[in-house]
Design a protein around this ligand. Structure first.
Ligand code: URA
Length: 169
């Protein structure tokens, strides 16, 4: 299966209730050979409108902080554990996460990242595979809101940058 096949499946997905109120399925984006994959919760309003991941406030904040520590967003594959927006931006329900997980599993096996970065609580459901380093960090939307979390988030991104530089491609 190619990434294009997978994207088409995600655009047309009706495996749970979330497609009903969504404008777009949001598969994710980034290079096929990305060393790093970043996984968030699910698309928000800006992502639903554009069909692209992390383009709203939290996404801009994430992209800017990554760049400050030398991590270029265009080198990273960035996606979410759930590919459709949820009503009132609620946390996806467990059955929605399990319905969507096969897409993420396929993305991981196509891209074969060396490092997977899990943003916040929901992304913790990502299955763990041997040979991949997993890093759990604060979600950028929480980091934007609370000073203490922002400081911690910056430390986590700086540690991530060191890990990327010390991991072979
Ligand atoms: N928050 C997420 O978890 N994912 C997005 O794509 C945007 C905001």
């Amino acid at each position: 299966m190619t990434l294009e096949d997978l994207n088409l499946q995600i655009y047309g997905c009706k495996k749970c209730r979330l497609w009903q109120e969504a404008k777009h399925g949001v598969p994710g984006e980034g290079p096929l050979d990305a060393k790093v994959m970043i996984i968030g919760q699910n698309p928000g309003a800006d992502e639903d409108k554009t069909g692209r991941p992390f383009v709203g406030r939290a996404g801009k904040y994430l992209t800017k902080t990554l760049a400050e520590y030398g991590i270029k967003r265009e080198n990273v594959f960035i996606t979410n554990i759930v590919k459709h927006i949820s009503p009132e931006n609620r946390k996806p329900y467990p059955d929605e996460v399990s319905a969507c997980l096969p897409y993420l599993n396929n993305q991981i096996s196509i891209i074969k990242p060396k490092i997977i970065v899990l943003l916040g609580e929901s992304a913790k459901e990502t299955p763990r595979l041997e040979g991949i380093k997993y890093v759990q960090i604060i979600h950028p939307s929480a980091a934007m809101r609370f000073t203490k979390m922002r400081d911690r988030f910056r430390i986590q991104i700086s540690e991530l940058s060191n890990l990327i530089n010390s991991t072979e491609a």
